[in-house]
Ligand binder design. Structure first.
Ligand SMILES: [Fe+2]
Ligand SMILES: [Fe+2]
Length: 435
């Protein structure tokens, strides 16, 4: 099959992939400079599902409002018209894709896509804030070609996926079996949907290798999405293989966008919380919190296996893997795990602290009496110090930027994180006073 035949078939089945009329109306209203917030709110109100999602998002902690937003007009004011457009697009594309017949793990797909959307937005907020909303949409759509190819050419794509899960390069495998690839199909669809050209470019470029150097203005969005897809914690199964060019490319992208590894660590850790929240607001099924932890754990295991393989092959070949590369892998792996678990630890810590503060207040008011041996007062102190220690450990782990000495046990070849952490926390952790 030729590429033109593949695209013609997708074109023919386009009615399956067309977006709802309400979306066109929202986009038109937002892009018309003469539209008032009231008019945009009227258009949004025609769609009940979209209205409820926009209200929920405008009341989310991300917008940090004290008062509850209850009207669509206020919600549009809080979010801004560009956000309304990006939410409407995201919801429409997600709903459309739910109607497709896919063999791939859809939760896996949306978990990765939504994470890349959030990472793209967060990267944009640090580099080119005016692109934040567009970056979110492009991130969400970056791999849409995978879903389209999987639903249109399911048998062929099953072969593609099978080979990719064995470590073959996705783009090369798609081209050898289908004469095209998911980035071209994604860009083709973005054009069919009449999205701006830069959206199609960002989708087309997300596997591209960028040169080191100042990005051209029309390539900034592409480089943001490309970086976000490189730093995603939740890669789809089979796509988490580490390749040398990925590291080189990530280095160039960080440099071009004026970012440091510190920024990425911060962005990745914020992205986990945002992923859980945004999935709830947009009603996207990306798996339960337990699924997320399990997935992070699986990915960690895969990465560790890859580090082990890299280590063994370097020993056999008598060459050494550059220390910087191992250092980057180890730091990345640790940040993935810390970011995922932090969300849950922080929530649990906040609950424990809240309860202990309630007990303190009850004692202050005299509702609760502490006996002469002050067991209650001392217990509360111990609980609060314990929570402080957990928070300290998390903060120290988040602040690790690199390992000066990546250590391997002789037999198991496991990174000795514990030793590093003991060293790093020695002067920062207060020991818990036992009663
Ligand atoms: Fe991709
Ligand atoms: Fe991706």
């Amino acid at each position: 099959m030729r590429e033109s035949q593949v695209l013609a078939r997708i074109d023919k089945e386009y009615k399956l992939f067309s977006l709802p009329e309400i979306l066109a109306q929202v986009i038109k209203a937002v892009e018309d400079k003469n539209s008032s917030i009231g008019l945009i709110a009227d258009v949004v109100s025609k769609d009940v599902a979209l209205t409820s999602k926009i209200l929920r998002i405008s009341n989310s902690s991300f917008y940090g409002r004290m008062n509850k937003v209850s009207s669509v007009m206020d919600a549009v004011g809080v979010l801004g018209t560009r956000s309304v457009k990006s939410i409407a697009l995201s919801v429409s594309v997600y709903d459309l894709c739910r109607r497709l017949d896919n063999r791939l793990d859809i939760k896996d797909f949306w978990r990765h896509s939504l994470e890349v959307a959030i990472l793209s937005e967060l990267v944009a907020r640090k580099t080119e804030v005016r692109l934040a909303e567009e970056a979110f949409v492009c991130g969400l759509l970056h791999d849409i070609g995978i879903l389209i190819l999987d639903s249109t050419f399911s048998k062929d794509y099953e072969k593609v996926w099978h080979l990719t899960c064995k470590g073959n390069d996705l783009i090369k495998t798609e081209e050898s079996i289908l004469s095209t690839n998911h980035v071209k199909v994604g860009a083709f669809l973005a054009e069919k949907w009449n999205l701006p050209e830069r959206f199609a470019n960002a989708i087309r470029d997300h596997h591209r290798t960028f040169e080191l150097g100042e990005p051209k203005t029309d390539e900034i969005l592409s480089q943001i999405v490309c970086l976000a897809s490189r730093i995603s914690n939740y890669q789809m199964d089979g796509l988490s293989y580490i390749r040398r060019q990925d590291f080189e490319n990530k280095k160039a992208l960080l440099h071009n966008l004026g970012l440091e590894n510190d920024d990425i660590a911060e962005i990745r850790s914020e992205a986990v919380t945002r992923l859980i929240e945004t999935a709830q607001f947009l009603e996207m099924d990306v798996g339960s919190p337990l699924d997320l932890v399990q997935k992070a754990n699986d990915l960690l295991f895969q990465l560790m296996c890859q580090i082990e393989a890299l280590y063994s092959s370097s020993e056999e070949g008598g060459t050494r893997i550059p220390k910087g590369r191992l250092d980057a892998i180890a730091t990345d792996v640790m940040h993935t795990v810390v970011a995922t678990f932090s969300h849950y630890f922080n929530n649990a810590c906040a609950t424990i602290l809240g309860r202990s503060q309630l007990l303190e207040m009850s004692m202050d008011r005299g509702d609760l009496k502490d006996a002469d041996n002050h067991v209650l007062t001392r217990s509360i102190e111990v609980i609060q110090k314990g929570v402080d220690s957990i928070t300290n450990v998390l903060n120290v782990m988040k602040s690790v930027e690199s390992f000066d000495t990546v250590q391997y046990h002789e037999s198991a070849k496991i990174i000795d994180l514990k030793e590093q952490l003991d060293e790093l926390t020695a002067d920062k952790l207060e020991p818990i006073q036992h009663m």
